[in-house]
Design a protein around this ligand. Structure first.
Ligand code: MLC
Ligand code: AMP
Length: 511
């Protein structure tokens, strides 16, 4: 069993102490930021946060491009005892208004180009401090403020059950919910994954994920920190870069789109992958077909795991032993997983399909300022209702077979149809809408809006233009279909399964 979990800062500082010159972040050009350099720079950033007014327990919201400095803000927030609140770079000002209003952060860190628009928003909703950071992580008011600070910072004491981060997840109905993650949630999961996936100081993780979500921020970064290993840290996914840098790496973590794109890259060969220790996939279903294609090409089986913002990682295929295509593996040590009737909560016999419920040190402590919503999503015995449907097979492997929640996952990003429908229904000329996900060869699922227009002159271009500033780009429909009526059941509910079947082939052949 891993040692008693503490918090991610203790794990980071332990490596800084034992191996200060070990590489932590390696840039695409080979430049190395050591653990010690990361400690010193994050201490300066912590000093800048404190000077800007951040106190223990305050929220620090971040919406910046991915850079080494952006990642160090996570370690800096930990040092100040603040609660980290990373935000998708695609969110529009309108979307930010809600998150900032709800979380009431003491500080917002944003891109320099957004500063004036967001200064107005911060003034309006009472966010007291605003700093900027550019895409390279080398310019902006945060950088100059950090430069003026000492390279040592006395960390605030952290309690295991204290809040480390709030990550917003959209809801099937109503407002987005801020999932509250404690220090123990994050540290326990990082230690579990370090052991389960055999991470050591020798590992070099190829990191091409965004750092505003659980996958890139916690699974990748925290596991690396817990093992004292390094990340080859890239600003975004680019198949050419991955192929070029793979010879220096030992592990890749990605969403399924990473793997389908690699498979269609001519430079991705058996020889290129031969030295790699591990390929991990998660955040969305990896098709059994992609799994098999990858094995046929490389001779290696992708290790698929399953997690959620609320729970960190729940299951994983084994490091040694069969990594079953189409399965997400076994519950991780310390995580209890059961399949239950979604309505009654009665636990179902092995092999039957039901709702996936989990309990363990990895599971979050509730939704920010939503005690009722929190209570609804936990059973009385502490199991969290994930909203995923699945079964456990005769060998004990968990399979996800669908979702009880109305959710689309495109390229690993979650899109809640209800939110897109609400935006569509506000467009003059749209009488009603239904948003569905249909198979997409690159993104797994693609967002499709089926609308009944009251105005016959309305076309796809006009609908998309109206959504442009309302919704982040990744939530916007890839196609708008005009229908004279939406299919409904006897209860009057739109039959999305009928629409999904009807439009299943819409993106066939599109990469
Ligand atoms: C980009 N676009 C997307 C998109 N990503 N649209 C829908 N869904 C997405 N995921 C938009 C771009 O804005 C662009 O719009 C157009 O699609 C084409 O962009 P691209 O250049 O082809 O895409 P790219 O930038 O390469 O991004 C694709 C991707 C990226 C798959 C590499 O989305 C990505 O890194 N996804 C990872 C998401 C992730 O980390 N999820 C973890 C969640 S945590 P336009 O208009 O410019 O053409 C979680 C828990 C767990 O789920 O278990 O891990
Ligand atoms: P998020 O809210 O962004 O954390 O997304 C969590 C959701 O992603 C889960 O509830 C699942 O529906 C989905 N998910 C994560 N990993 C997998 C996986 N390996 N296979 C299928 N779905 C997954």
């Amino acid at each position: 069993m891993p040692e008693t979990p503490a918090d991610m800062l203790s794990l980071f500082l332990a490596t800084c102490e034992s191996a200060p010159q070990a590489p932590f972040l390696i840039a695409a050009d080979g430049t190395i930021l050591t653990y010690d350099a990361a400690r010193r720079r994050s201490a300066q950033i912590a000093g800048a946060f404190r000077a800007a007014g951040v106190q223990p327990g305050d929220r620090v919201a971040i919406q910046t491009e991915k850079s080494q400095t952006a990642l160090l803000t996570w370690l800096a927030a930990l040092q100040t005892g603040a609660v980290y609140l990373p935000l998708n770079t695609g969110y529009t000002t309108g979307e930010l208004r809600y998150f900032l209003g709800d979380a009431a952060p003491a500080l917002l860190l944003c891109r320099p180009e957004d500063e004036s628009a967001l200064a107005a928003l911060c003034a309006e909703i009472g966010v007291p401090a605003l700093l900027t950071l550019d895409a390279q992580g080398t310019g902006g008011t945060l950088v100059s403020a950090a430069d003026a600070q000492p390279e040592a910072f006395t960390p605030a004491p952290l309690a295991a059950d204290g809040l480390a981060a709030i990550l917003y997840t959209s809801g099937t109905t109503g407002r987005s919910k801020g999932a509250m993650l404690t220090h123990a949630n994050l540290a326990s999961n990082a230690l579990t994954l370090r052991e389960y996936w055999r991470f050591t100081a020798a590992d070099r993780l190829l990191h091409a994920l965004p750092i505003f979500h659980t996958h890139g921020l916690f699974v990748a970064t925290n596991t690396t920190i817990a093992a004292g290993s390094a990340m080859i840290f890239l600003p975004r996914f680019d198949a050419d870069d991955l192929v070029r840098l793979m010879p220096q790496a030992s592990v890749l973590m990605g969403v399924p789109t990473f793997y389908t794109r690699l498979l269609s890259h001519p430079g991705f060969t058996r020889d290129l992958a031969a030295h790699m220790r591990l390929f991990i996939s998660g955040s969305a279903p990896l098709s059994a077909e992609t799994h098999r294609e990858f094995s046929a090409l490389t001779g290696q089986a992708i290790l698929e795991r399953y997690g959620m913002t609320e729970t960190n990682m729940n299951t994983s295929n084994p490091y040694h032993g069969l990594r079953k295509p189409g399965s997400v593996g076994f519950p991780l040590p310390g995580t209890a997983l059961r399949i239950a009737d979604p309505e009654s909560g009665t636990v179902l016999p092995q092999g039957e399909i039901g709702g996936i419920e989990v309990r363990g040190a990895n599971v979050f402590c509730g939704y920010w300022q939503m005690p009722e919503k929190t209570a609804q999503e936990f059973r009385a015995d502490g199991f969290f209702i994930t909203g995923d449907m699945g079964l456990i097979d005769a060998d004990g492997y968990v399979h996800i077979v669908g979702r009880a929640k109305d959710l689309i996952i495109a390229g690993g990003f979650n899109i809640y149809p209800a939110e897109v429908e609400a935006a569509l229904d506000e467009i003059p000329g749209i009488a009603e809408s239904a948003v569905i996900g249909v198979p997409h060869p690159d993104l797994g699922e693609g967002v499709v809006a089926v609308v009944r227009a009251a105005d016959p002159a309305l076309d796809q271009a006009a609908v998309l233009a109206a959504l442009k500033d309302r919704l982040a780009r990744f939530k916007q429909p890839r196609a708008v279909i005009f229908a004279s009526d939406l299919p409904r059941n006897a209860m009057g509910k739109v039959q999305k399964n009928v629409l999904r079947e009807e439009h299943a082939g819409l993106f066939a052949g599109k990469a």
